[in-house]
Design a protein around this ligand. Structure first.
Ligand SMILES: [Fe+2]
Length: 316
């Protein structure tokens, strides 16, 4: 249950506000001055604080300052309840990190809306923080793979950028683009099963080595299947070596039977491979690589996506 710490020395107002918020399903913790509120904050870890400014013992400013100094209090939404509208008060409160003001007198809907919008905002921020923590973890993981394969240094980052650009140009939805970012970073994670002497080999691979290399999409997909927040990225890992004409691997799918995630990544992955020095070939110029992509439109690559890629790349 969402906990709210309500701090107000006017006991009647305190009860009125507490009743309004309890009726909305919040768990209310009450304090009649800043000192008492600070003690309660430490014990209760509320999700939001609403505090009066002028109070005995410790005023609202001092309370806010003290809460912001605690690790658990740095981001907790804090609303001031005030009868005073002097600009100096507002600017002091802003400098201390207040999230919102409620000016007395206020009505019930105003109070409820202020609380709800602050809590929603907090949830959005938390979601964003969680996502960027995930992203950093998988970047670390992907870097481990990349360091085994020195010829591809920077490949994942470039593929991520190219893939995002192409998806934006194709007007993919925001949610799909979020998954794409994970997929682009992790697409070669299955290469962990390929011995580094194979990854670093300068000559052509023999049959046995090719067999190993061609297992990396399936190996990578298996690694991600058990991870809830990464499972959606599996199509990128599994299908990025399928070719439009059916000559790719692991399943030899053809045309639009190849999930669009694979079709998109195939273009940008191939483009980056061509423009980078690899053990088995020297890099092409950007123009040569773009020409190569164009020549293979409808052969290896989805014709519509290829057109958009060529157009987008030239505009970049
Ligand atoms: Fe790959």
């Amino acid at each position: 249950m969402t906990r709210i710490l309500l701090v107000e020395d006017d006991s009647l107002l305190l009860e009125v506000m507490a009743n309004i918020l309890e009726a909305e399903g919040y768990e209310l913790h009450r304090a009649s001055n800043g000192k008492q509120a600070l003690d309660q904050f430490v014990v209760d870890h509320p999700d939001l604080v609403i505090s009066d400014i002028m109070m005995p013992e410790m005023d609202g400013f001092e309370l806010l300052r003290s809460i912001r100094m605690m690790p658990a209090g740095v981001t907790v939404p804090f609303l001031f309840l005030s009868a005073r509208t002097e600009r100096t008060d507002v600017s002091i409160a802003r400098a201390l990190g207040v999230d919102d003001y409620l000016f007395k007198p206020f009505d019930a809907p105003e109070l409820v809306e202020a609380v709800r919008s602050r809590l929603n905002r907090r949830r959005q921020v938390e979601l964003f923080d969680t996502r960027s923590a995930h992203l950093q973890t998988i970047i670390m993981l992907a870097n481990v793979i990349e360091t085994r394969d020195p010829y591809t240094a920077g490949h994942l980052e470039r593929v991520r950028r190219l893939a995002l650009n192409l998806a934006f140009s194709l007007n993919w939805k925001q949610n799909d683009i979020a998954v794409l970012e994970f997929g682009a970073i992790l697409h070669d994670i299955g290469k962990i099963i390929v011995p580094s002497q194979v990854l670093k080999k300068t000559g052509p691979l023999n049959d046995e080595e090719w067999k190993l290399m061609r297992q990396h999409p399936v190996a990578g997909a298996k690694m991600l299947e058990g991870v809830d927040h990464l499972r959606a990225a599996v199509p990128y890992i599994l299908y990025h070596h399928e070719w439009w004409n059916g000559s790719g691997y692991p399943q030899g799918l053809k045309g639009i039977k190849i999930p669009r995630e694979g079709r998109l990544l195939a273009i940008v992955d191939a483009f980056d491979a061509m423009t980078t020095n690899r053990p088995y070939h020297a890099s092409m110029s950007t123009e040569e690589a773009l020409e190569e992509i164009r020549k293979n439109k409808g052969v290896y690559f989805d014709p519509d996506m290829t057109d958009v890629f060529l157009k987008t790349y030239k505009a970049m």
